[in-house]
Design a protein around this ligand. Structure first.
Ligand code: HEM
Length: 494
């Protein structure tokens, strides 16, 4: 029986320490990890592979089948880790006991293998085994893709924005290696690089990702300083249970498997499923973001009769741009930082803020996830599953943006093009703004002409101020990939 992709009930046991039922486990043994749940490791390397000898490269793919982390292994590894953490609390010296137990655990290194359309073609895979999402088939370097997304061109005359030279090449496969120890990641990446070199391919490029934390051991943040990775669609009942609110549900984070999984045309007829991944190297211009934040904060201060912006104005300005304060507190619910406490709130929508008096319509999280606002099923169907990690290299910083979905065209591309880049979204398409002015670009990732935008003069009040911000995030290159099933990898050489 195939998996029921339309079923809206989350999968697996609700209890955090339970084993997977065997009728689900047989599928999860064939699906790669990191799709239905983030691998959660702090360090990773992304190895971009170019195939030179297809016959040898197919054998290499087969050899990787045994190394890739399946969703089933990911579940069992985290189960074991959680048991150790819980057991440690009963010991006289919990930290020492925990460390000793974790050290004895078999290597938890996390590995994913993905292929681009160019990769499938280079390997000479039969058409019937190649995933057919329209955007995946086009690829990220394709002119239509670039014009849809408003991306810079792959190559341009000197002095104009273009992709980094490494991303101007063809990328056939992507290997993700992740662990909490950067040393282990480097060792494994080295080993894989050597194997690829002897097996009909080469590592054409490598990116190194490192998780940033908000405070010591705090939640994940990104380079502008904001807590990140909070709101994502959830597929496992245990994950949904963990965030279940005490009161009523305002925003339901659960999602059917069909939001992220598709049948892998090259995989096992019954158990083979995969997912499409978008990869984008997004450079963050922190000075530009802080300048924008300062421009907006100064406008807030001056509208209040003060000449210069204070810290509170700057915090509020940042929250207007992102939709959350730096500590994750949503600006639709809180007027200042530290509203969050231990659990960063995610059970909210914008019903109490129909005119954008608290959270501007253009705020990054309101553009990318309009919660119960448009009345269209598209809202929930366009959700993406974010798996990004930060980078820092040669004085440049940013996000190695990765997201999973079942259709790149109707999810990531739709979100970037029709929401982030469309000055008319969220309003007036649904309901005109009080002044009838366009809401403008997403101030974090919108790509297009900078224009004046309206912002609440005071949090929660209907008067507006105006400020024009510039684009702080630049696309530096990327590709579209498919994360195939293990059953495909096992017989890729056949
Ligand atoms: C460097 C680039 C980016 C930065 C700095 C950034 C930052 C953030 C932050 C701080 C949050 C709030 C915390 C959270 O809910 O996890 C967030 C949420 C989100 N971002 Fe981004 N982001 C970036 C790129 C993108 C892109 C390219 C997209 C898609 C086009 C995107 C889609 C989303 C979505 C869907 C959410 C969750 C919204 C919600 O459910 O409330 N982000 N991002």
């Amino acid at each position: 029986m195939p998996l029921d992709l339309a079923n809206t009930s989350p999968i697996g046991p609700k209890a955090p320490f339970a084993d997977l039922p065997s009728d689900l486990d047989k599928y999860l043994k064939d699906i790669q990890g990191n799709i239905l749940k983030s691998h959660g490791r702090d360090h990773s390397q992304h190895l971009f592979v170019q195939f030179t000898d297809p016959a040898k490269a197919k054998k290499w793919l087969v050899s990787m089948a045994g190394r890739v982390t399946s969703a089933s292994k990911q579940w069992n590894d985290s189960l074991q880790r959680r048991k150790i953490f819980a057991e440690a609390e009963k010991q006289p010296n919990p930290a020492a006991w925990r460390e000793a137990q974790l050290a004895q655990q078999a290597s938890g290194i996390f590995i994913n293998v993905l292929l681009s359309k160019k990769g499938y073609d280079k390997l000479g895979m039969p058409a019937g085994q190649i995933p057919q999402d329209a955007a995946f088939v086009r690829g990220a370097q394709n002119e239509e893709t670039i014009s849809r997304l408003g991306d810079p061109p792959v190559t341009a005359p000197a002095g104009h924005d273009q992709w980094e030279a490494e991303f101007q090449q063809d990328m056939h496969a992507l290997v993700i290696v992740a662990d909490d120890s950067p040393g282990k990641v480097a060792e494994e990446a080295e080993r894989i690089g050597n194997e690829v070199g002897k097996s009909g391919g080469k590592i054409a490029h490598r990116e190194i990702g490192t998780v940033l934390r908000y405070g010591e051991n705090g939640p994940v943040r990104e380079h502008f300083g904001f807590v990140d990775g909070v709101s994502n669609p959830l597929f496992y009942a245990a994950d949904v249970e963990k965030v279940k609110p005490v009161g009523g549900i305002r925003y339901d984070p659960s999602a059917p498997l069909g939001l992220v999984l598709v049948k892998d045309p090259g995989g096992d007829k019954e158990t083979g499923y995969g997912s499409y991944f978008v990869y984008r190297k997004l450079e963050q211009n922190v000075a530009q973001f802080n300048h924008d934040r300062f421009v907006l904060a100064t406008a807030i201060a001056q509208a209040d009769g003060r000449e210069a912006a204070n810290e509170a104005d700057k915090e509020l300005a940042g929250a207007y741009m992102v939709g959350r304060f730096r500590d994750g507190a949503p600006v639709v619910k809180f007027a200042s930082e530290n509203g969050g406490g231990e659990e960063i709130p995610n059970n909210f929508d914008y019903e109490t803020d129909p005119n954008g008096d608290k959270c501007p319509f253009q705020a990054h999280i309101r553009k990318t996830n309009p919660r119960n606002e448009t009345g269209s099923p598209r809202e929930r169907d366009a959700r993406i599953i974010r798996r990004a990690i930060s980078f820092e290299r040669g004085g440049k910083v940013g996000l190695l943006f990765l997201c999973a979905q079942s259709s790149i065209q109707s999810q990531f591309e739709f979100m970037q093009k029709s929401w982030c880049n469309d000055p008319k979204f969220l309003r007036p398409e649904v309901k005109p703004t009080p002044t009838g002015m366009d809401t403008g670009l997403d101030p974090v990732v919108g790509q297009g002409e900078a224009a004046e935008q309206e912002w609440p003069k005071k949090h929660g009040e209907d008067e507006r101020i105006k400020a024009t911000l510039k684009q702080p995030v630049m696309m530096k290159g990327g590709e579209y990939f498919f994360m195939p099933s293990l059953s495909f990898l096992k017989k890729a050489g056949a």
